[in-house]
Design a protein around this ligand. Structure first.
Ligand code: FEO
Length: 170
């Protein structure tokens, strides 16, 4: 069983993951509107991964005999700029999620909850990967983003991303 503090912080994290999905969907719609189909697909797949992140937490709380409490999901912003501005915004958001996951890890230490500490390690690793993926796109945009031809090819490259269902395997 998990403590009340752990239950609360995990429920807050579910909300942040679903908000992330909302944010990525809003960004996907934006890219679709401006004709960048590959960018749109990439962020749409990321939205699905964020839902997976939320659901893994959801299932874990239940498995540990806790109570899932779903809160209101905030409306994501709808004003987006150029691709590089959008990806810099995404990077800031992912750093915020990383900080939030680190807070969960710290809380598990305070509560001496080794099972949740072990569980949350998957998210710590996942955040390293997410920040690196976003940084990779930013670097490419910084190098070539102003060239329309390069943007066209990057759009094609991002469009090749495939969704793989995320699962926590410990
Ligand atoms: Fe679930 Fe992008 O953090």
């Amino acid at each position: 069983m998990i403590s009340e503090k752990i239950e609360n912080i995990l429920n807050e994290q579910i909300n942040k993951e679903f908000y992330s999905a909302y944010l990525y969907l809003a960004i996907s719609a934006h890219f679709d509107e401006v004709g960048l189909k590959g960018f749109s697909d990439w962020t749409r797949i990321q939205a699905r991964e964020e839902v997976d992140h939320g659901m893994i937490l959801f299932d874990y709380i239940i498995e540990r005999q806790g109570n899932v409490r779903l809160g209101q999901i905030n409306m994501p912003e709808t004003n987006f700029g150029s691709p590089i501005e959008v990806f810099k915004k995404i990077y800031e958001h992912e750093k915020y999620v990383t900080d939030s996951i680190n807070c969960v890890a710290n809380m598990t230490d305070e509560e001496c909850d080794l099972a949740t500490r072990y569980f949350i390690n998957w998210y710590i690793k996942e955040q390293v990967e997410e920040e690196a993926n976003v940084d990779d796109v930013i670097k490419k945009l910084e190098l070539f983003g102003d060239e329309k031809c390069a943007l066209y090819h990057l759009d094609k490259e991002l469009g090749r991303r495939e969704y793989k269902m995320h699962s926590y395997e410990g």
